[in-house]
Every structure is written in structure tokens, then in C-alpha cells.
Design a protein around this ligand. Structure first.
Ligand SMILES: Nc1nc2c(c(=O)[nH]1)N[C@H]1C(S)=C(S)[C@@H](COP(=O)(O)OP(=O)(O)OC[C@H]3O[C@@H](n4cnc5c(=O)[nH]c(N)nc54)[C@H](O)[C@@H]3O)O[C@H]1N2
Ligand SMILES: Nc1nc2c(c(=O)[nH]1)N[C@H]1C(S)=C(S)[C@@H](COP(=O)(O)OP(=O)(O)OC[C@H]3O[C@@H](n4cnc5c(=O)[nH]c(N)nc54)[C@H](O)[C@@H]3O)O[C@H]1N2
Ligand SMILES: [Mo]
Length: 801
């Protein structure tokens, strides 16, 4: 991208003026914008909200006397998409309440009661670091570095130095012999693998391609709530829709915020059944000859028998599966699909005709359909719908996966190389505590080794609440963590007390993003075609004895390896000098980029929009021979040769199945699980505007305006004599949670939903914090070994205290 120096300074609001008066609102100068009329402040500092809602937003912190007075958001740029401000939502603007939250961590703490009991006393930094260093040495000697884990965490993904993953602790431990790696994420475990088998990547087109489309079909996609601020995918979505005037169809069990004001048709679907819906749509298209056969023959493997790869059974194509010639001998008629999806057959017929006839059509899925026990199948099936209609590689199209970003720009990451390559699926860390040494590539999806060498004995968790709250089956997980003969030592680094750090042996108080200098990166998939970088300028000194991850690591390095390790770790740099170095690694000698010192003063740097929003697989569609996909055959694999291989070699849990085709499979805790006789209601926890996972619950004003409500259809509420405002006990064999009922027809009968991220709090066997994960299962999905956290079955009754 060519950006002149003058241009980016204007875009960044560092100097006055406008870029192109015809298209962009004039941008007032920073000085003008921050001019204080009523009250004087010691300082107004830029910072970023780094918690992982995906969006990363600029905030301006008004400071007096080393105290945060209040927070405002980005004021550079205008309202018009393209020149828009990187505005924080209410959560981002409430960061002051996180800094001063009554449970804010200010001093190192040591556990005194039993693990999980929650009894801690304040200790000195020296004692904390000594204890951690001694325990690390002991574990390393006794079990080897493979017994050390930094688990999945997202609370600081927006930072560069203030970062739990790829941050200072990973660098230091890499220099101390390493740690066990993880692969996958809790976000996209199923879809990222599934679409990689299918297309060789799970990237999608920029959402701005909706500008060029006629029909938008969304499966479980809620950009207005889950990409609500910052670079503004939610805003981009609405803008693109306004420009194209495209018709919008949402397929979602829940009437989400994205449907409000921008939805022509809502098709509620039984959760976990998207692959059955696609099969029904395929049946209509094949029967009525509406599918794009030329596209399928040219670009795909396994739609029909003529493109089946070598070794596949003769009746093994998707078409065979749909038309009843496959092994199950069942035709996937719209009536068949109606029984499973609860979508009327005539709706399925109409939808198939519409999707097949309107071109271009932008088909996308969020990550809700895939976070199920059969999620890989749903993800691949939706992509199959996309290619069946030939909507790929041209303006106005996507790939059936989630939309992505045209490009993003960020400084280099902290360099390090973990000498250990062994890797576990991130969701299987509790298994690795209990039975690590039994876990293999074929049973548990372990990578880079056939079998794990050790059980996990030492956990260092920074910026995550997955130790309890965000992991599955909180009661079972609590039992595993309570037993300190299993995982012998747990360090938790956070800015606040949480439901997770109750299970730590030592808790360390981190400096918040407002208390240190750092870069804030706009994440892939959220800043659209318009990248930006934020520099946090350090608004106030850290509270109490809170300290940055980087400084903690220096202290720990000294204990672990003396000055030699300190020097190796720091390379003689302070945190700010590292930031300068990481900036220069990427941008030195780039004449159009500001210098580090300029950036440091500027606080926010916005780049002009890419002229052409990204279209996924454009090159492949233009010339599939010259630009093959990164799949084994170089084509789109509707029949996956890799999955076929896995199906033949992997050892699966009872009832699980790996299938080379994107068939609908029944899976554990899904709508067809026989356990539904006992627990008739499905439940899943959606990602909520009132929190980012469990984060921001600690911000009281935000908590107050965003209740933890359980949505129930009037039919389900009536037979249970429940009404809005009632306290309800939601339970299954894993546990019981307490939630407040909201009776609404915005949810399908037989299905209930609440926001995920309520804080686990066990009182006499009931989780009064309403954490959905008290009801979810630890058994991972068959293919990716990922978290099936949207698949759960429950019964609900009125709570009588
Ligand atoms: N405000 C806010 N934004 C966030 C987050 C947050 O916590 N709060 N979290 C961020 C993170 S880390 C992530 S990974 C993303 C998550 O983004 P997603 O995973 O996309 O979010 P979900 O709310 O889990 O699911 C999206 C939609 O899928 C629907 N859904 C559930 N099951 C099914 C199904 O079987 N089929 C279909 N068709 N739809 C289904 C849900 O009703 C929901 O409306 O959001 C990010 N953004
Ligand atoms: N049932 C169910 N479970 C889910 C999901 C679901 O949809 N349903 N979604 C899953 C997904 S997609 C994800 S990404 C995970 C997210 O799970 P987590 O990564 O655990 O996300 P959070 O709950 O936001 O926890 C982030 C933590 O970081 C802390 N933190 C914030 N700022 C700082 C800082 O500056 N320094 C330090 N040290 N800590 C800080 C916060 O206080 C908070 O405790 O949850 C997963 N769990
Ligand atoms: Mo996520």
C-alpha cells in the first residue's frame, strides 16, 4: 500500500486538514480536538483497550494527579466509513472501573488454604519470585520442560509486550528449556481445521464485498455484537449493506443484535444442525438442476462421482450422500431436513431456489455454528453450499466461512524460539494434567510427537480465565485443579481477582494497559480494509506494587539464571526500548512510516482504506492450475482425502465419527442425543455486548446494564410456569446454574441461551454466578479435538431457595 508521509499524518489526526475533501470529512487537528475548555488536566494520554472482543479500540485517558479522571474515545477522523473514528464501546470506555475495581490486584499473593478454597495472604515480590523460581527448577529437574504449560489466554492479545501468548513469559521460558505448545483456539478450533481441509485456508473475503452483492446469507454470524467497535466490522457490515441494498437472510437459533434493523428473513434453526439444512438445500438444487455443475467439475473434488479422488468408494460423493445412494441409503429431502433442523420444508425449498438463482451471493458463517460437538461438519457443509452455487473468487462473494480482513499492519512480535515442538490441542490441557503421558497423535490430536512425554505439572497463566470460567465443565475442572498432586504449581497473573486465580498457588499483579507503554494491534479479521495501530502512552503509574509482565520476567530470569539469563532475555533493553526495536524491525527505512518517536507521540496511526477489499480465492478461480489451493489435490475438497485417511487411522471416543464428506452427523449433547429425553432443552452461551467473555464483569456499571439473562421461548416457559424475572435453576449431570429468565420469542422453542462469561461461583453445589461452562462437556470434537461449548442439554425449573 502506498501512503505518503503527509497523508498518514493527516489520517492519523496528527496534523490538520483532510485527505480527499470529496470523500472524507475534514479531520480536525488533535490539539483542537483535545482542547479542554472547562477543566484542565495534567495529561490526556492515548491507550488501547486490549481485551479480546477482537476489535481493538483507541481510548483517551484524562489524568489528574496520577489518577484517571475519565475516559473518552478516538476523536480523530469522522463518521463516514473509511475516515471513521476507531471508537470504543461502553466496555472500552469503562476501563477506569477495571483499573480501580475493588478486586484489583495490587500485591503478590500466596495461597494459604487448600487449593481452590480462595484463601490468600500478601507477600513480597522477592518471596513470590523465589517461590516460583524454585518450583520451576524442581519441575524442570523432576519432569522436564514438557511438564510446563502457558495455557490459552486472550485477555491481553491486543498488546505486544503486555501479552500472555507470544509475550515475555514465552520468551523467557523458551530460554529456560521451553514449555509444551498448544494449537487451535477456543474461538475457531473446528472451523479453522475444517475449512483448511476444504480450501487449504479458513480465510474469507473482506466484509466490504457485501457492497457488491445482491444476497447475503449469514449462518450464526453476529458482527454487530461480536465486532461492535474499533475498526468496526459491525459498522462496515451496515455500511456495505446500505450501499448494496442486498437482501439479508440470517440463519440463527437466536434473533441476535445483527438482525435488528438489517434482516429481511430470519430462519431460526435447531442448533448443531446446519449440515442437515445444507443437505436439504442440496437436495432441492440437485433435483431441480440448479447447482453450478461447471464450477463443481472444474474446481472441486468429490461433489459428483466423476470428481471423486482415487481410493474413495464409488458411491462416496456428496451427491450420492444427498440422493440416498450413500451408505446410509437415505435421501436428504427437505422433509428429512425439516425433522432435524425444525425449519419447514417449504422454507428450505424457497431458500435453495433463491440462493441458487441470485448472483453474486455473499455466504458467511460466524463461529457459533462451529462451536458444537459436530462443528467441523457444519463449517464444511456451509462452505459446500457456497461452492455448489459457484459463489467464489468474484466481487460480492465470500467462501461460506467468516469474513476476514484485507490486511493489517503491526510491528514485529517479541522474538523467541521454543526448543520444544510437542503440542496439545489447547482445549485438552485438563486431559494433559490427568493423563498426559497416555495422549497420542491418533487418540488426542497431539502434534509433532507421537505421544506426550509428561503430564502437566506447572501452569503459568497470564491474561486468561480459561483455568475455570472459560473452559468446560467447571465443577470437574475445579476437582482436577484442587488436587495439587496432579498439577503441582499454578501461577496466575492478572489485573483482578477472578474465578480462575482462586486455584492459583501464587497470584501476581499485572500492570493494566493504562499503566504501561505498549503497542496495541488491531486484530486480523476485525479491522477490515482499513488498518490502524495504537500506542499506549502510559496514563498512570501502576497501582500498588503491580508490575509489567516484562519486569516480572526480568526478576524471574535473575533467579533462574543470574545476570547471564537477564542479559540474554533483555538484550539490554527496557520495555520501551523493545517497543522501539520491534517497530524498527518492521518499519525502519520505510519512508512513509513515522519514526518510533513520532508514533509514540501520535498515539494512533490510521492508514487509508485498501483500494480493493480482499476477495478470497480470486486467483485460484481465475486460474486453478497456476494457483492451486493448499489442499492435497490443489482443489476444493468436498471429499477430503486427509479426513478419509484420519477416519481410517484415528482412534475415536465412543459414538464419534470422522467423515470425508460434509455430512450431517449426530454428536454428543446435540439435538438428537438420546440424553435429550432427560434434558430436553438445548442451551448455548453467546458472545455478549455486555462482556468480553468473563472480562468487564468486574466493571460494576457495565455489569448493571447488561444482565445475565436466560432467553426462553414462551412455549417452554409456559410448561415450566416460568415468567420474565423469575430465578431459574438450569441443570444437567455436570452441574446447576442460577439465571434470571427472560421470556421471548427471539429464541426457537426447545432452545435456550444466555451470555457466556458469567463468573463461576459455587455456593452449596449451585453456580450462582451463572457460568454456562458449569453445564458444558470436556469431551472434545472428533476431528480438531476442540471445545464443543455450544452443545449442551439441560432441564430448567423455577428456583426455590
Ligand atoms: N461483544 C463481544 N464481542 C466479542 C466477544 C465477546 O465476548 N463479546 N468475543 C470475541 C471472541 S474471542 C470471539 S471467538 C468471537 C465469537 O464470535 P462467534 O463465535 O461468532 O459468536 P457466538 O455468539 O458464539 O455465535 C454467533 C451466533 O451463532 C449463533 N449460533 C449458535 N449455535 C448455532 C448453530 O448451531 N447454528 C447457527 N446457524 N447459529 C448458531 C448464536 O446464536 C450467535 O448469534 O466474538 C468476539 N467478539
Ligand atoms: N461456554 C462457552 N465457553 C467459551 C466460549 C463460548 O462461546 N462458550 N468462548 C470461548 C472463546 S471463543 C474464548 S476466546 C475464550 C476466552 O477466554 P479467556 O481468554 O479466558 O477470556 P476472558 O474471560 O476475557 O479472560 C481474560 C482475562 O484476562 C485478564 N486481563 C485483562 N487485562 C489484563 C492485563 O493487562 N494483564 C493480565 N495479566 N490480565 C489481564 C482479565 O481480567 C480476564 O481475567 O472463552 C471460551 N469459552
Ligand atoms: Mo474467542
Amino acid at each position: 500500500m502506498q501512503v505518503s508521509r503527509r497523508q498518514f499524518l493527516q489520517w492519523s489526526g496528527a496534523v490538520g486538514g483532510s485527505v480527499a475533501a470529496s470523500t472524507v470529512l475534514p479531520i480536525p487537528s488533535l490539539a483542537e480536538k483535545t482542547k479542554v475548555t472547562k477543566k484542565e488536566y495534567d495529561a490526556i494520554k492515548w491507550a488501547g483497550c486490549t481485551i479480546n472482543c477482537g476489535s481493538k479500540c483507541a481510548i483517551r485517558v484524562f489524568v489528574n494527579d496520577n489518577k484517571i479522571d475519565h475516559i473518552e474515545t478516538d476523536n480523530t477522523g469522522g463518521d463516514e466509513f473509511g475516515s471513521h473514528q476507531v471508537r470504543a464501546c461502553l466496555r472500552g470506555r469503562s476501563n477506569r472501573f477495571r483499573v480501580y475495581n475493588p478486586n484489583r490486584l495490587k500485591y503478590p499473593l500466596k495461597r494459604v488454604g487448600k487449593r481452590g478454597e480462595g484463601k490468600f495472604v500478601r507477600i513480597s515480590w522477592d518471596e513470590a519470585i523465589d517461590t516460583i523460581a524454585n518450583k520451576l527448577k524442581e519441575v524442570k529437574e523432576k519432569y522436564g520442560n514438557e511438564a510446563i504449560l502457558i495455557p490459552y489466554n486472550t485477555g491481553t492479545t491486543g498488546g505486544l509486550m503486555n501479552r500472555g501468548t507470544k509475550g515475555p513469559f514465552m520468551r523467557l521460558l523458551s530460554m529456560y528449556g521451553g514449555y509444551i505448545n498448544y494449537h487451535n483456539s477456543y474461538s475457531t478450533g473446528q472451523i479453522s481445521n475444517a475449512l483448511t481441509y476444504f480450501y487449504g485456508t479458513h480465510r474469507g473475503s473482506d466484509i466490504m464485498q457485501i457492497e457488491n452483492t445482491k444476497l447475503v446469507v449469514m449462518f450464526g454470524n453476529n458482527p454487530v455484537e461480536t465486532r461492535m467497535s474499533g475498526g468496526g466490522t459491525g459498522y462496515a457490515y451496515k455500511t456495505a449493506l446500505e450501499k448494496s441494498g442486498a437482501k439479508v437472510i440470517h440463519i440463527d437459533p437466536r434473533y441476535s443484535d445483527s438482525l435488528v434493523g438489517a434482516c429481511d428473513q430470519w430462519i431460526p434453526i435447531e442448533p448443531g444442525t446446519d449440515a442437515a439444512l445444507v443437505a436439504g438445500l442440496a437436495h432441492v438444487m440437485i433435483s431441480e438442476n440448479l447447482h453450478d455443475k461447471a464450477f463443481l467439475d472444474k474446481y472441486c473434488v468429490g461433489f459428483s462421482s466423476n470428481t471423486l479422488p482415487e481410493g474413495a468408494p464409488q458411491n462416496g460423493s456428496y451427491e450420492d450422500y444427498i440422493m440416498g445412494r450413500g451408505d446410509d441409503k437415505t435421501e436428504k429431502t427437505p422433509l428429512w431436513a425439516e425433522k432435524i433442523t425444525k425449519i419447514p420444508a417449504e422454507t428450505i425449498v424457497k431458500l435453495a431456489r433463491e440462493i441458487a438463482s441470485v448472483k453474486p451471493c455473499y455466504i458467511a458463517q460466524g463461529w457459533g455454528a462451529q462451536r458444537h460437538s459436530n462443528g467441523e461438519q457444519s463449517a464444511r457443509a456451509i462452505a459446500t453450499l457456497n461452492v455448489m452455487t459457484g459463489n467464489l473468487g468474484v466481487p460480492g462473494t465470500n467462501c461460506g466461512g467468516r469474513e476476514h480482513t484485507t490486511g493489517w499492519i503491526e510491528p514485529a512480535s517479541l522474538p523467541f524460539k521454543n526448543p520444544i515442538k510437542d503440542s496439545i490441542p489447547c482445549f485438552l490441557w485438563t486431559d494433559a494434567i490427568v493423563r498426559g503421558k497416555e495422549m497420542t497423535d491418533l487418540t488426542d490430536g497431539i502434534k509433532h510427537t507421537k505421544q506426550l512425554k509428561q503430564n502437566i505439572k506447572f501452569i503459568l497463566n497470564s491474561g486468561g480465565n480459561c483455568l475455570i470460567n472459560q473452559h468446560s465443565d467447571t465443577n470437574r475442572t475445579a476437582k482436577i485443579l484442587e488436587d495439587d498432586t496432579l498439577c503441582e504449581f499454578i501461577v496466575d497473573i492478572n489485573v483482578t481477582r477472578t474465578s480462575s486465580n482462586k486455584f492459583a498457588d501464587i497470584i501476581l499483579p499485572d500492570a493494566t494497559p493504562l499503566e504501561q507503554e505498549d503497542f496495541v494491534r488491531s486484530s486480523a479479521g476485525y479491522s477490515n480494509d482499513r488498518p490502524y495501530i495504537i500506542y499506549s502512552q502510559k496514563a498512570i503509574e501502576p497501582l500498588g506494587e503491580a508490575m509489567t509482565n516484562y519486569d516480572m520476567c526480568i526478576k524471574l530470569a535473575e533467579k533462574l539464571g543470574g545476570q547471564e539469563l537477564v542479559d540474554k532475555f533483555t538484550e539490554g533493553r527496557t520495555q520501551v526500548q523493545w517497543l522501539e526495536h520491534l517497530w524498527n524491525m518492521k518499519f525502519e527505512n520505510k519512508p512513509d512510516m513515522p519514526t518510533f518517536e513520532e508514533m509514540r507521540k501520535m498515539g494512533i496511526l490510521k492508514f487509508p482504506r485498501y483500494e480493493k477489499p480482499f476477495i478470497i480465492h480470486e486467483e485460484f478461480v481465475k486460474d486453478p492450475v497456476a494457483n492451486p489451493l493448499k489442499t492435497p489435490t490443489g482443489k476444493i475438497e468436498i471429499y477430503s482425502t486427509k479426513l478419509d485417511q484420519m477416519a481410517k487411522t484415528w482412534i475415536l471416543k465412543k459414538g464419534q465419527k470422522i467423515n470425508p464428506l460434509p455430512e450431517f452427523v449426530e454428536a454428543k449433547n446435540g439435538p438428537l442425543d438420546p440424553i435429550r429425553k432427560k434434558y430436553p432443552l438445548q442451551i448455548f452461551g453467546y458472545h455478549y455486548k455486555g462482556r468480553t467473555h468473563s472480562s468487564f464483569w468486574e466493571s460494576a456499571p457495565i455489569r448493571e446494564i447488561n444482565p445475565n439473562e436466560l432467553w426462553m421461548n414462551p412455549l417452554d416457559a409456559k410448561i415450566r410456569a416460568l415468567k420474565t424475572g423469575d430465578k431459574a435453576l438450569v441443570y444437567n449431570d455436570h452441574g446447576k446454574i442460577l439465571l434470571t429468565v427472560k421470556v421471548t420469542s427471539k429464541i426457537l422453542p426447545g432452545v435456550t441461551t444466555c451470555p457466556q462469561g458469567g463468573w463461576y461461583k459455587n455456593e452449596n453445589g449451585i453456580d450462582v454466578g451463572g457460568c454456562i461452562n458449569t453445564l458444558t462437556d470436556l469431551e472434545p470434537t472428533a476431528i480438531s479435538k476442540a471445545n464443543p461449548q455450544h452443545s449442551a442439554l439441560v432441564e430448567i425449573e423455577k428456583y426455590r431457595a
